[in-house]
Design a protein around this ligand. Structure first.
Ligand SMILES: [Fe+2]
Length: 368
């Protein structure tokens, strides 16, 4: 597993809505530089962050209305990615254009489609209405991770690691000893783990004021290639659904390069929603847990990348979801043609001749 090709045809979490405004934001996604900004009417835009002139980052330019003026030689690029002139010079270079990525802004999240724009279907994203539901409150953030995307996917699909990696917060022996049920359908892999009559892990004791024994539900949905949602419920043992304390964590697992990943998260809860102190505690704990994962995945990445003599990997029953997730990514990648990650601006263009006809984006999608 020394190389892990990335899936281009998928929605990835590009940015939180409140990260993008009238200041140009650069973020590398699937080894491509992306320049995010908002138009004067508030619409969000993402362009390939290379000036079509000499590849200078557009994000180092300046916004003039909705047009970016490159800070190197003054090429002016509009929100569709087309050059509309060069400052102080009379001619408009023909066919000078950069890729505009399809985007979908929903519930405080900006999703970016990195592959073939014609396949950017909003229906592929999971329901995220809980992110704006007034009955929920949230903390969120972005953790940089120097490991390949698939290692994070497998980390989240096999939470038995909580027992060993997170024993002071969310893990205890009950997690690893309780088997999961795994289902998959289309581009989704799901698991459920129902722990009955267990000791409440420290994070949940403090978050919910629960005393043992408790019942704990841990249901995960991997929406390949880039989204994982964990549904958590804790309640005193014997409490009927839907009572209890509910939490959700959404991870946006966005490859930055082949070996680094943006690990976005939103953690929500449906109880004590006005308790700012509890929110601060949960954010601090979530970041501490994620740092334990980052530390583990980064040394795992070193071991994976440095393997010169292929070794036979051993797996056990609890790996079923992780292996299905890994294989799903491999199948999705095989479904893609080389062009899927290289449509529009990346496709070689003639030096002269008419500009390519833009493909209309599916309903609800900006750009493409
Ligand atoms: Fe973890």
């Amino acid at each position: 597993m020394t190389t892990s090709p990335l899936v281009s045809n998928g929605w990835y979490l590009g940015a939180f809505s409140d990260e993008v405004g009238r200041t140009l934001l650069q973020r590398w996604i699937l080894s491509r530089p992306v320049c995010f900004y908002r138009l004067r009417d508030g619409t969000v835009t993402a362009l390939e962050d290379r000036c079509p002139h000499r590849r200078f980052p557009l994000s180092l330019g300046r916004l003039d209305g909705d047009v970016i003026e490159c800070n190197y030689h003054g090429y002016r690029i509009d929100d569709r990615g087309s050059c509309v002139g060069v400052a102080e010079q009379p001619d408009v270079p023909r066919n000078a254009k950069v890729h505009r990525f399809p985007l979908l802004e929903r519930d405080g999240v900006i999703w970016i489609w990195t592959g073939d724009p014609e396949q950017a279907d909003p229906a592929l994203l999971p329901d995220t209405s809980w992110l704006t539901d007034p009955g929920w409150t949230h903390v969120k953030g972005l953790v940089p991770l120097k490991s390949r995307h698939v290692l994070l996917v497998e980390n989240l699909l096999d939470l038995t690691h909580e027992t060993f990696l997170h024993p002071t917060s969310i893990g205890n022996a009950a997690v690893a000893r309780t088997p999961i049920d795994v289902t998959s359908e289309g581009d989704r892999v799901s698991f459920t783990r129902h722990m009955v009559g267990i000791e409440a892990p420290p994070f949940y004791q403090r978050s919910m004021g629960l005393t043992s024994p408790v019942d704990r539900w841990q249901d995960g949905d991997f929406h390949a290639p880039g989204v994982f949602v964990l549904n958590i419920r804790l309640a005193p043992t014997g409490t009927e659904e839907p009572e209890g304390y509910h939490m959700k964590v959404m991870y946006g697992m966005t490859p930055e390069t082949g070996t680094t990943t943006h690990d976005f998260f939103v953690l929500g809860r449906d109880y004590l929603t006005d308790d700012a102190e509890l929110s601060a505690f949960q954010l601090q704990q979530q970041l501490a847990v994620m740092q334990e994962d980052v530390d583990a995945l980064e040394v795992q990445e070193v071991m994976v990348a440095s393997e010169t003599v292929p070794m036979t990997e051993s797996s056990i029953r609890s790996d079923v979801a992780g292996i299905r997730g890994r294989r799903l990514l491999e199948r999705m990648r095989k479904r893609e043609t080389p062009a899927d990650g290289a449509r529009s601006a990346d496709r070689p263009r003639p030096v002269s001749g008419p500009a390519p006809t833009p493909t209309p984006a599916p309903a609800g999608v900006v750009g493409g």
